[in-house]
Design a protein around this ligand. Structure first.
Ligand code: ATP
Ligand code: ZN
Length: 484
């Protein structure tokens, strides 16, 4: 198996990927908080991890991909304060919180399907794992890593010596950095709620050994990842802004509760920005995927995301998306040209086969270097240039080599990057076949008209075809046609 290197936020370096169980990869990625339609920021996160999962599968691993749905517990402020995001939206739309969660979960999957993002293997919901989250709080209390104040269970960060190892933050710095009003219930300002008591009027609440309450935001990811992947598991992913506090807290509570490392590799995607500022629901500077697809094709959005590295920020602009749309258009055009090319010899073309192997290898090399999609795409463009050269006049197009070129594009650009429409090959060959047949009928009628000296009507056929970019050429072998 190829050697794959990935950048691990935990160790701050690129490391060779070694699965915990040979041949298997367990990956957990923080999913959306379902209180609004997904935006282009989400597109970057979930397209990036989709390609990562697809690439592991391409390498031959069996992957279990778990991505949660946050339908409870994510408060308006990441620091345990304010209203629940889903409950707030329910109040605004005058619906049940679970109606909001259901509506936006469906909307999320609709959008991801459009963007050709494969569905995770398991999409667990926070509200479906309340007993597990209560159990986590109980274990932490029993082991002395947590304390109860009036029905809220706080994690005691000072008890967990490694707190800060992911984000590189130190407890005393955190103490100094707290700007928000100090919560008198907490022993240290960085302590966080594993379980919270429900204040009067809080809609989503459950029974617990400490009275009515609801889980803290970080608890769901700790319990749902390990429930389905075991502890430790291979890869934990999410957006960069979740390193602190979310992922730092997940590590603390899971490692404290189970005395085992939590996840081996931590992968974080950078942000989609607008004029340099993070695109976010709370910030109101977002473009929903539903709006974006009114102007750009879903695959152009996907291509836009993959044209920068997942760890690089990506600034949104109409201009950038327009150029992505054009770039992908060129890509599809050449691929269509390859599919439609006339094969004029049997067997293979050794020289071109070598080139195909080289480009396939270069694609793999780029992806093995921390999933470098911009580099992989650049290699594919070079490959397409070569294909154009190969197809240009006078070349022999051999059957086997043609098939191999198509296959390599299908597996790299299609299977791994997801940039080819699902039924592309079928659609293109069927469409070009139909056009061929129809134009041939017109060519035959035109010849008959010319024989009858009805030149006016014959010319009309030619001119009308020209208006739709189909050019007829009268050669010594008869009339042929091509796109202008
Ligand atoms: N602008 C963005 N660029 C890249 N990833 C993002 C962006 N915004 C959110 N994400 C990622 O999408 C995932 C789900 O985010 P979530 O729905 O919980 O919150 P959010 O949309 O960031 O909320 P808000 O926009 O209110 O901050 C997270 O992993 C998050 O890091
Ligand atoms: Zn999470």
């Amino acid at each position: 198996m190829e050697e794959l290197y990935l950048y691990n936020t935990l160790t701050r370096k690129k490391e060779k990927f070694e699965p915990i169980t040979p041949g298997f990869v367990g990956i957990y990625v923080c999913g959306p908080t379902v209180y609004g339609h997904a935006h282009l920021g989400h597109a970057k996160s979930y397209i990036s991890f989709d390609v990562i999962v697809r690439y592991f599968r391409f390498l031959g691993y069996r992957v279990r991909y778990v991505q949660n749905i946050t339908d409870v517990g994510h408060l308006v402020s990441d620091a345990d304060e304010g209203e629940d995001k889903v409950a707030r939206q329910a109040r605004l739309e005058q619906l049940e919180p679970m109606e909001i969660a259901e509506r936006y979960t469906r909307s999320y999957f609709e959008d991801m399907d459009l963007l050709n993002v494969e569905r995770p293997d398991i999409s667990p919901r926070a509200s479906g794992h309340i007993p597990e989250q209560i159990e986590l709080a109980q274990t932490l209390l029993k082991k002395g890593y947590a304390y109860e104040v009036n029905g809220t269970i706080y994690f005691d960060v000072q008890k967990f010596k490694e707190y800060g190892k992911l984000s590189g933050r130190k407890l005393d710095e955190l103490m100094a950095a707290v700007r928000i009003e100090k919560n008198p219930e907490k022993k240290h300002p960085a302590d966080f709620a594993v379980w919270k008591r429900a204040e009067p009027g809080h809609i989503m609440q459950w029974n617990s050994p400490w009275g009515r309450g609801y889980p803290g935001w970080h608890a769901e990811c700790s319990v749902m990842s390990t429930k389905y992947l075991g502890q430790p598991f291979d890869i934990h992913g999410g957006g960069l802004e979740n390193v602190f506090p979310h992922h730092e807290c997940e590590i603390a509570q899971s490692e404290a509760a189970n005395d085992k490392p939590f996840a081996r590799y931590w992968l974080h995607n950078n942000m989609v920005t607008v004029n340099g500022q993070k695109m976010g629901k709370s910030l109101g500077n977002f473009i929903t995927i539903k709006d974006a697809v009114k102007k750009y094709t879903p695959l152009a959005i996907r291509y836009f995301v993959l044209s920068s590295h997942y760890r690089s920020p990506l600034d949104f602009s109409d201009q950038a998306l327009e150029s992505a749309q054009k770039g992908l258009g060129r890509f599809h055009q050449t691929f269509a040209r390859l599919l439609k090319a006339k094969i004029n010899a049997k067997g293979k073309d050794e020289t071109f086969e070598k080139k195909i192997d080289t480009y396939r290898q270069k694609f793999i090399q780029a992806m093995n270097d921390d999933f470098n999609t911009p580099k992989a795409l650049a290699e594919l463009f070079e490959f397409l240039k070569e294909i154009n050269g190969w197809l240009d006049a006078g070349q022999t197009v051999t059957e086997e080599t043609h098939k191999k070129a198509v296959q390599v594009i299908e597996e790299t650009a299609g299977k791994v990057l997801g940039l080819l429409p699902k039924d592309y090959a079928e659609f293109e060959s069927k469409r070009s076949g139909d056009v061929d047949a129809v134009v041939q009928i017109l060519i035959d009628i035109r010849s008959a008209l010319r024989k009858e000296k009805n030149f006016a009507l014959a010319d009309e056929i030619r001119n009308r075809l020209q208006q739709i970019n189909i050019e007829l050429k009268d050669t010594s072998q008869g009339t042929v046609w091509e796109y202008k």
